[in-house]
Design a protein around this ligand. Sequence first.
Ligand SMILES: Cc1ncc(COP(=O)(O)O)c(C=O)c1O
Length: 390
Amino acid sequence: MSIFDRVTERSGGNAEKYALRQKLFGTEDVLPMWVADMDIETPLCVRTAVMKRAEHPVYGYEEMPRSAFEAQCAWMAARHGVTMAPEELFFSHSVVASISAAIAAFTEPGDEVVVQPPIYPPFVSTVRHSGRRVLSNPLRQDEEGIYRFDLEGLEKQITPKTKLLLLCSPHNPVGRVWERAELEALAAICLRHGITVFADEIHSDLIFAGHKHTPFVALGDAVRAMTMTALGPGKTFNVAGLAVSTVAITDTAMRTRFKAVYDTIHFAQGTVFGHAGFEAAYREGAAWLEALLVHLQGNVDRLADLAGRFDTIAFRPPEGTYLAWLDCRQMGFDSDKALREFFIREARLGLSPGISFGREGSGFMRLNFAVPTPTMDEALNRLEGALQRL
Ligand SMILES: Cc1ncc(COP(=O)(O)O)c(C=O)c1O
């Protein structure tokens, strides 16, 4: 049996995706396909490294070893063609915490931070919580329904207080893998206006055939000097629970500014298990990832096939990420609440409502298809039945 056909029971424990069903959906009777982790087992190379570390009987303070940073640098070179040095990398227990630290480091209260909704909600909440202003520059769908940056709209809105742009690349929830030319156009605007860029590239290893991720820092030295990038194995290898990622900053002055905040908050060094799992994933996980991508492609193809048979649901498969952005606007519901209820009661699926990614997500639902085959079978059956009854 393929590792991607095996269902591992996660309910009954503390897995957020399952434990929060009652709270979020008002029932346990939904297949949870919301939060962005996988119902697929973490690769064996990672588990083996963590178990080996667990055997050592002392779990005291431990520095993130240089060899772990080196492993990530080697991965970035081999997979994405960018050269990074361990000296450019900061450990972070959470990408969202890194965003908060970046906001504190590169903006003042009252400054504006650009976000491009629909967007992963913490992009907006971190800005608000830090007393900065959200400069909302929604993505726009072109004639073919492809989400694009609204560059004209951005130019019009920028003011002298616009200091930082939070880029999601690939984009959660719409699944775009931004093309180089699109990123270049965005970078040109940021360069012209002196806007620092936080590139959240946490989904950048999850790219489907026919698409290529372009790291923002690959756009040239000038762009690299105004960019910090969040990277990590959390999504790629399903190790969100190891709480380990990095922030890469090439420019020395930027690094100093970031470090001042970083030290104040005391990000510390992470966990002994995180260090072990991180290094093993990057050193030994490539073959597993290739197999995973084939499996995910199969899941998303089946979802697209199903959606293609109903005119009530429109679906353009994501170019990257394991998140499907379902356009349910033709279902005829008069509110996002009613749409959500339909998915809970009729489809018995626990999805993320599009509206939670900003008002631009109204009428959409996000479905996480990083599940083993039997779970996908069940999800598709439930969805098909509900759509037939609609
Ligand atoms: C774009 C993006 N950034 C960050 C995160 C969360 O990262 P972390 O758990 O490291 O804070 C997610 C999780 O879904 C995400 O989709």
